[in-house]
Design a binder for this molecule. Structure first.
Ligand code: ADP
Length: 495
């Protein structure tokens, strides 16, 4: 540490002029600022006016003696380091001075080097104490800021209209804001510290919170979402996210709970409206379709080609509309929870054979091979209503045929794995680019590119398939590569 860097202010108090001036010379050369006083009274005056780092104080002076001056300086300015200057004869007084809090002493007469060493040592100590004081103040300021920040965050969380719950890695609740307490209809006063199951009765919700609190969240997901209903027709959505430290250690989870009752009601009304309109449109459209078909059959042989073309286009379009209405009605039934209600053990082998046979002519129309492979010993039964399963596999196989070029192949294979049945529909068709893969399960989403542009459809097939599979407690997944083909895999629980 350099003592030169600190231009500390030093007061030299001595009744001998030579000592005062000599000390001043030596110390100013070292970079210190020096003030002089020739007696005790003057010294105390200077100390009142200026903040000195070090005072060099002669103990033996006429008038107020050095010890008294020392006592007063220690009282009014305890941070000032006092070095006493003393003759050999007064070494006892020097000891007395040290007891009174003098930092060091220098015997008279002294050489310039002796003075430099003693003052530099004091200056070094001063620097260290100053630095320690600065750090302490900084720490206190940081703690104050932190405290302020924490109370600010707490106020914001308390005022949020959405529910927020913070849980520890073992799913104990560390914080639950008033909105959350209200949303989960907690009876009585909220006291933190218990397991989440103590506050919320919905088991799946508690499972989800426990999993995210332990950090068990699939790598590709940032949070886990769950929708559930509470008594009194209240619907809630929970989004739970694992919180990690900078080193990746799991610290627990933050779960945001929002009230989606309004949205659910709106969705229900919308579905009811769509179902009603679809229902009303189906009969007249079917009649128009039939009449157009009849008209086309009865056209005289000399009917101009353009008129025949117009009528057949109209018939095709009405057929498209009838298909869409059928799909919309299926979706409404799924949303209303009316699908797969009438469950019974279904023989999947027989069902797949029926669907594949039915679609064989469609595949043949595109010169495609359509194969079905089922284990020799057959497949165990699945609990469903057969019609729903026909819709699932009918849609997947029809899609595979549609979105595969001429002479392609479609392979349907079924197998059993643990307590599940797995059916894969694989084609070597156009494939689906990654950016579309999630989205094709959304309603009306269709991929529009050079391959699919002229293929008609509603974009409702896959949402229907997914809705039914979800209802049956199964899952659907997709692997696909553009230009190579796609495999849709459905996994269903056994009866
Ligand atoms: P639709 O077939 O009526 O358009 P779907 O919901 O059944 O509606 O399918 C949505 C979109 O997914 C299709 O438009 C198509 O682009 C894509 N798709 C579905 N199945 C396949 C498949 N086997 N190969 C390639 N693309 C597919």
């Amino acid at each position: 540490m350099s003592t030169e860097s600190q231009d500390y202010h030093i007061l030299v108090v001595d009744d001998e002029r030579d000592i005062r001036d000599g000390s001043e010379r030596i110390l100013t050369r070292k970079g210190y600022e020096v003030t002089k006083a020739s007696n005790g009274e003057e010294a105390l005056e200077r100390v009142k006016e200026t903040l000195f780092a070090i005072v060099l104080l002669d103990l033996k002076m006429p008038g107020m003696d050095g010890l008294e001056v020392l006592r007063r300086i220690r009282q009014s300015h305890p941070e000032v380091l006092v070095i006493v200057i003393t003759g050999y004869a007064t070494i006892e007084t020097a000891i007395e001075a040290m007891k009174l809090g003098a930092y060091d002493f220098i015997p008279k007469p002294f050489k310039p080097d002796q003075l430099r060493i003693v003052v530099d040592r004091a200056s070094e100590l001063k620097q260290l104490t100053d630095e320690a004081k600065r750090l302490q103040e900084e720490r206190q300021r940081t703690l104050k800021d932190l405290h302020l920040e924490q109370s600010r965050t707490r106020t914001v969380i308390r005022a949020l209209p959405d529910g927020v719950t913070v849980t520890t890695p073992d799913a104990h609740v560390a914080l639950m804001n008033p909105a959350c307490v209200r949303l989960v209809s907690l009876p009585g006063e909220f006291v933190p510290g218990e397991h989440i199951g103590h506050y919320v009765k919905d088991e799946s919700f508690c499972d989800l919170v426990a999993r995210t609190s332990r950090g068990e969240i699939p790598e590709e997901q940032t949070s886990l979402t769950y929708e559930f209903s509470m008594e009194g027709d209240k619907y809630l959505r929970a989004d739970s996210t694992t919180i990690r430290s900078e080193s990746g250690e799991c610290l627990g989870a933050v779960t945001v709970v929002i009230d989606i009752t309004g949205l659910m009601m709106l969705d229900r009304q919308k579905s009811e409206f769509v179902a009603k309109v679809s229902h009303e449109l189906r009969s007249p459209l079917s009649t128009i379709h039939e009449q157009l078909a009849m008209l086309l059959n009865k056209l005289a042989g000399d009917t101009p080609e353009d008129q025949r073309y117009l009528l057949s286009r109209a018939k095709e379009k009405t057929h498209g509309l009838i298909t869409m209405i059928g799909d919309l009605l299926d979706l409404s039934r799924i949303e209303a929870g009316l699908v797969a209600q009438d469950r019974r053990p279904v023989d999947v082998s027989g069902l797949l054979t029926g669907v594949v046979d039915f679609l064989r002519s469609k595949a043949a129309g595109k010169k495609q091979t359509l194969t079905l492979s089922i284990p020799e010993q057959g497949l165990p039964h699945v609990s469903s209503d057969p019609q729903s399963l026909e819709i699932v596999f009918g849609n997947l196989i029809t899609n595979a045929i549609h979105y595969t070029g001429e002479q392609g192949s479609v392979e349907v294979s079924a197998s059993t794995e643990d307590d599940r049945v797995r059916v894969a529909v694989q084609d070597n068709g156009f494939g689906i680019a990654e950016r579309h893969q999630e989205r094709i399960f959304e309603r009306f989403y269709r991929v529009k590119d050079d391959n699919t542009r002229y293929i008609t459809g509603t974009g409702l097939g896959l949402p229907i398939v997914k809705g039914i599979v979800d209802d049956l407690g199964g899952s659907i997944s997709l692997e696909s590569e553009p230009g190579k083909g796609s495999t849709f895999t459905v996994v269903l629980p056994l009866s």
